[in-house]
Design a protein around this ligand. Structure first.
Ligand code: ADP
Length: 424
């Protein structure tokens, strides 16, 4: 580059000297020829530079400069630089649009505000989540658009990593974060955490319920044990106290067993051995297992199923057993219970029908929740754990089936298990 440049400069100088000598020869005056060549040189340079300028603006090539010589080299160097800068510009534009597309596809809302809380940028999700629209809200103050007082306080003084706000109007929970990424700019991000909050609540409720359920029999056991230690009972009295203690211990055991079963089913860590099951035979077996119950309501089996159902026998047995056990516990002995089964083209349906207490309409959707009970009064002495229907629901899930409940208070309930039949 250096030698090329000096070569061209030398050529230029040689040309100037040649023209000066030539003009001197013609005019006979060195002063005149130097002035003449200087004026012509300046004029030529102005012409070439104006042409180059015009060519840059209009994007037209200057053909008359040719491909050789000082100006032509200068021209092509300038053109090279322009091309390069277009390349950078193109890459820059595509990078910006990529960043925009990325920010637009983020599920979290992102808003940039300056020190005066004026919105300078926001992504697509901020419209869906917070109603802040890049089309008309840029330039507005964020505190005019988001008016949650806790958020505004947090924005001024973000002490914690994030702030959760319950948006009661839209029945959701939002998690805000504020990141100051330079002296006068802040990025506000917001995310819908409704599901997370709900899961947390369910977990906390579950822990509280499980502790309560276990604490009740434990308190009885402790009270009776203290009574035995502190007092002098005769063997008969001791025997009846021990019976109560054993019954409460059994209850605790049942709760823990049901919890373990539920946890295994929910985490899908039970092994499922699908085999062809004769539904009518299975219903008979389940009813037989309750034969020991005295004073149970009359129980009938009404099954026309002839199809062999492909399912895990143990799970299916426990589903029907749980439903029948509930029917016995919530139906007076004068009532009746029917276990019905039917084959349809695309499904087999097993129903446990009772004429018992029934379930209030507004509670039907909740009774499969863990530990959910309709009212504590009706449960005294039923011996339930509050986990039976949760086990039924999750077991059905595992088998690809669904549970439907129909009920009318004081008339009875139908628990319907639907098993879709897949083409084998
Ligand atoms: P539990 O061990 O308390 O019976 P479940 O999960 O089996 O727990 O049932 C949840 C609640 O649903 C019961 O506590 C009861 O209030 C109600 N329930 C279940 N089955 C019946 C039924 N056949 N008739 C009336 N209520 C029922």
């Amino acid at each position: 580059m250096g030698s090329n440049f000096f070569g061209l400069l030398t050529k230029q100088l040689a040309l100037v000297v040649f023209f000066v000598c030539f003009a001197w020869l013609i005019t006979g005056s060195l002063m005149v020829s130097v002035s003449l060549v200087f004026i012509l040189y300046v004029l030529w340079n102005s012409l070439v530079f104006s042409a180059i300028r015009a060519s840059i603006d209009s994007d037209l090539k200057i053909e008359w400069l040719g491909t050789r010589g000082f100006y032509s080299e200068l021209y092509s160097a300038i053109q090279g630089l322009i091309k390069q800068s277009w390349g950078y510009r193109k890459r820059f534009i595509s990078l910006i649009s990529e960043v925009n597309a990325l920010a637009g596809s983020l599920p979290d809302a992102g808003i940039i505000v300056n020190n005066r809380l004026i919105i300078e940028w926001c992504n697509k999700a901020s419209k869906e989540l917070l109603g802040i629209n890049s089309a008309h809200d840029i330039g507005q103050r964020i505190d005019q658009l988001l008016r949650y007082p806790a958020f505004l306080e947090y924005l001024q003084n973000p002490k914690a990593d994030y702030l959760d706000i319950e948006d009661q109007a839209n029945k959701r929970h939002l998690r805000f974060r504020v990141i100051r990424y330079n002296k006068d700019k802040r990025l506000i991000s917001a995310r819908d955490v409704t599901q997370q909050v709900k899961t947390n609540e369910i977990r906390q409720d579950f822990i509280a319920n499980a502790s309560h359920e276990l604490k009740t029999p434990l308190t009885t056991i402790k009270g009776y044990s203290e009574l035995i230690v502190d007092s002098n009972f005769n063997p008969q009295e001791l025997n009846s106290l021990a019976t109560v203690i054993t019954a409460q211990a059994d209850r605790m055991n049942k709760i823990i067993e049901d919890l373990l079963t539920l946890s295994k089913i929910e985490s899908r860590s039970v092994s499922i051995d699908k085999e062809e099951i004769d539904v009518t035979e299975l219903l008979l077996q389940v009813v037989r297992a309750f034969e020991y119950l005295v004073d149970r309501p009359e129980t009938k089996i009404d099954s026309t199923s002839t199809r062999m159902l492909l399912a895990d026998e143990q799970l299916l047995h426990s589903i029907v057993e749980n439903l029948l056990s509930n029917a016995y516990r919530y139906t007076p002995k004068e009532g009746g219970i029917i276990l019905r089964s039917r084959d349809y083209e695309h499904e087999t349906i097993i129903e446990v029908i009772d004429s018992g207490l029934g379930i209030p309409n507004n509670e039907i959707s909740r009774i499969t929740e863990r530990f959910y009970r309709i009212d504590k009064g009706r449960h005294s002495g039923t011996g339930g754990t509050g986990l039976g229907l949760a086990i039924v629901k999750h077991s059905l899930d595992l088998l690809g089936g669904t549970l439907e409940i129909e009920s009318e208070i004081n008339r009875g309930s139908i628990f319907r298990c639907r098993f879709p039949i897949k083409n084998r």
